[in-house]
Design a protein around this ligand. Sequence first.
Ligand code: PEP
Length: 248
Amino acid sequence: MRRPYIVGNWKMHGTADALTTLADIAACADSVAKQVDVGIAPPATLLHRAVSSVGGSALALGGQDCHSEQHGAFTGDMSAEMLRDAGAEFVIIGHSERRSGHRETNADVRAKAAAAMAVGLGCILCIGEPLDVREAGEAEDYLAGQLAASLPNSFTPDMLTIAYEPIWAIGTGHRAGRDDIVAVHRLIRTVLTGAGGDGAAQRVLYGGSVNASNAADLFAADEIDGALVGGASLKAESFNAIIRAAAP
Ligand code: PEP
């Protein structure tokens, strides 16, 4: 049985006043803790205060990126070990905004995922195709190649989660169709098994314009184990509705 998993990515949003939102989300996470895993990746500047504020609740806190080295002369970067030290339990790796805005390659993503898992951080590894690839009918080949090249050498279902996030669906209000998502999630499981993992046991999330109104439709599909949520995770009301929609 794969437990549903709902993760919010706050991106570059949130200062100290957002800690009250976090407390509201933590209360909801506590209320569904028997059925659903919930995480929020706040900006790194808030992580330590977030841990002080909601640590001990069922809400896991995470980072949005980490370096592939654990320390060194990398001005402005943050290591997985530092995130762990600040109280993070997981880290998002390979988000399309990192891949495009920071030119992260599949090899970078692979190294970062390995670094995160080496210090015991759960890793949410993102993949997703651009619109022209989807329109050309080449999405599945593209995604299979991207995932295979981004996977660390070894991984286990408790340490690695895959998030399928079509780039054209992120922040646009255009959520992908459920049947298309299911087809991609099946492909992801096949790639994971081909890489030596247990695809049937791995959690695979969908991300891209998930909101309180369309979440239940997504979670009705067994193949979809939860969601990585951007915009709708910034307000407790919308994010908590998504969390509740994932409770079986
Ligand atoms: C994201 O950036 O990971 C994301 C899914 O954003 P949104 O939910 O806003 O589309």
